[in-house]
Design a protein around this ligand. Structure first.
Ligand code: AMP
Length: 541
């Protein structure tokens, strides 16, 4: 017997419809690429998205077609997500920080028909335009007054483009499993792989992460996703904020500390989200100016491990709680967030910081396990570590146009991360499986060492890689970028770290560098560092 409840497919346009009906005047504030602050609201955004959908339909865009974006977080980018998906077409966010060849590969592989690009990226796209095999039209996200001279054939200003249609359009209806969005993982080896989100997975993911113990967005919140929409589905903010009726603040192209501080303060942001490097520069800026953040309550930090020192500074100086988050593009992307269960009792001080180094527990809708190399489950004792596997309705089961099997017989996806889980279900990322340092049969977490090193006042950024050792197989090498004007002493640094970690895990050597390479999504590029230090000999090796 079937239930007798209504069939209400989980389609993305229902989110913007809800926001426009229930929270029509709630603001979306963007720093425009042209410069000035732009203000709109959910009712207007919906109307403009309908207009875009109608224009796209007239262009011949149909269900399943891919619409590429090379764009910062602004109201126009949001309109493309809603306008395209309301037709059954697919938003495909392309990361502009990738190399030209990777962008060409991704756009061709996805067979994008249109490319919407910000003014910032006109030179980039002009460079590669003749290699983009499937693009029929370039739409530049600006108005006629700001339209640049460009060699892009048939390029049109977005405002002119949508002015050619009116908003008298009804969203199309289709199966909730229909593809809605695409994002390629920046894979450190091989070609980038396309993750394909569905309407259902995006709607469920937003519902799931809006739970009180996770992002917990509400209509009272002012949410500023600094994490770009082109990074891992924008950590769900494009959907979860309108779903909750939260005010949205979008930082556009300016992600430096001063610009972010200005928006955080002026727009009274209550929750913000970004990778750790963004917060380093914000904190440096705040320290220099003495500005405070009286409205900020929650700071979501993920993408890479959040150093303890950052969590402590936000707590002690700015009265904001860091919510350490873990996830990946393949998971829509949020997998777990560190809000503490009551099981730990009333804790504060250093113990609270210890627990905040972990990445928390998953919401309903994300199942997790850690297994050994034979796929046998490992205990949740906070000590045993193994491969982290996940399953759920917003987790990928395959990549676009690839045959790789990515889920095991039980339907679990191997994240490539190594983790421990404590008896209360609090998970800790030990490392990427390919980054752990294998020393004499034991594993050393590069993440642990990096976190400890950046706690030293002379260290701005730290990376640890394993280098070959004749006796131990591999030993850790610490690579650091010093704080401006400082030259940390190696022995002093090792002594500092020795107070926080077992002696056998301490780095064998320390080198100072001017900069550490990052991937297009802001992670330390360990492969490049391993190449750079390929011939490195440790002092006792
Ligand atoms: P991406 O798909 O680009 O978001 O990358 C996902 C990967 O980033 C994960 O598999 C982890 O290796 C890493 N990652 C994400 N969040 C964290 C975190 N809080 N701590 C450590 N690593 C993280």
């Amino acid at each position: 017997m079937l239930g007798l409840m209504q069939d209400w497919p989980l389609l993305i346009h229902r989110i913007i419809d809800h926001a426009a009906i229930q929270h029509p005047a709630r603001e979306i504030v963007s720093r425009s690429v042209e410069g000035p602050i732009h203000r709109t609201d959910y009712a207007t955004l919906r109307r403009r998205s309908l207009r875009l959908a109608k224009r796209l339909e007239r262009e011949g865009v149909r269900r399943g077609d891919r619409v590429g974006t090379l764009a910062w977080n602004t109201w126009r980018h949001l309109e493309i997500w809603y306008g395209a998906t309301g037709l059954g077409a697919i938003y495909h966010t392309v990361n502009p920080r990738l190399f030209d060849d990777q962008i060409v590969y991704i756009v061709n592989h996805a067979a994008d028909r249109l490319l919407f690009l910000d003014l910032t990226f006109v030179p980039l796209v002009e460079r590669i335009a003749n290699r983009l095999e499937t693009i029929e039209r370039f739409v530049i996200l600006t108005d006629a007054a700001n339209m640049p001279e460009t060699s892009l054939k048939g390029a049109v200003a977005y405002e002119d483009y949508i002015a050619e249609a009116d908003e008298d359009f009804a969203w199309l209806s289709f199966d909730e499993q229909t593809a809605a969005g695409m994002c390629y993982t920046s894979g450190t080896t091989g070609d980038p792989k396309g993750v394909v989100y569905s309407h259902r997975s995006n709607v469920l993911h937003s519902l799931i992460v809006n739970g009180a113990d996770f992002l917990g967005l509400s209509a009272k919140d002012v949410a500023m996703p600094v994490v770009p929409f082109f990074h891992a589905n924008g950590w769900s903010f494009a959907f979860s904020a309108p779903m909750a009726g939260a005010k949205l603040v979008l930082p556009g192209p300016k992600l430096d500390g001063a610009s972010l501080a200005e928006l955080l303060i002026d727009e009274k942001v209550t929750i913000s989200a970004a990778v750790p490097t963004i917060w380093f520069s914000l904190l440096q800026n705040l320290e220099a100016t003495g500005a405070m953040l009286p409205d900020l309550q929650r700071v979501v930090i993920g993408g890479s491990a959040c150093p303890r020192a950052v969590t402590k500074t936000f707590r002690d100086v700015y009265g904001a709680e860091v919510i350490h988050a873990w996830g990946m593009t393949e998971m829509s992307p949020l997998g777990s967030l560190c809000n503490l269960k009551p099981d730990y009792g009333d804790i504060d001080g250093e113990r609270w910081l210890d627990l905040k180094e972990k990445v928390g527990f998953p919401p309903f809708g994300v199942e997790m396990k850690i297994v050994d190399d034979e796929n046998r489950p490992l205990p949740w004792d906070g000590v045993a570590f193994g491969r982290l596997k996940v399953r759920g309705p917003a987790v990928a089961r395959a990549y676009f146009h690839r045959d790789d099997e990515i889920i095991d017989a039980d339907g679990f996806f191997d994240t490539g991360d190594v983790a421990t889980i404590d008896p209360h279900g609090n998970m800790q990322i030990v490392d990427r499986s390919k980054d752990v340092i294998k020393s004499g049969g034991e594993w050393i977490s590069s993440i642990d060492l990096e976190n400890i090193a950046v706690g030293h006042p002379d260290v701005a950024e730290a990376a640890v890689i394993g280098v070959p050792h004749p006796k131990w197989d591999e030993r850790p090498l610490l690579i650091i970028v010093p704080m401006p004007g400082r030259t940390p002493d190696k022995d002093d640094l090792i002594a500092f770290m020795g107070k926080r970690i077992a002696k056998w895990q301490l780095p064998d050597d320390v080198v100072l560098v001017e900069d550490i390479p990052h991937t297009a999504t802001g992670k330390i590029q360990k492969t490049a560092l391993r190449e750079r230090f390929a011939g490195y000999r440790l002092p006792d090796a």
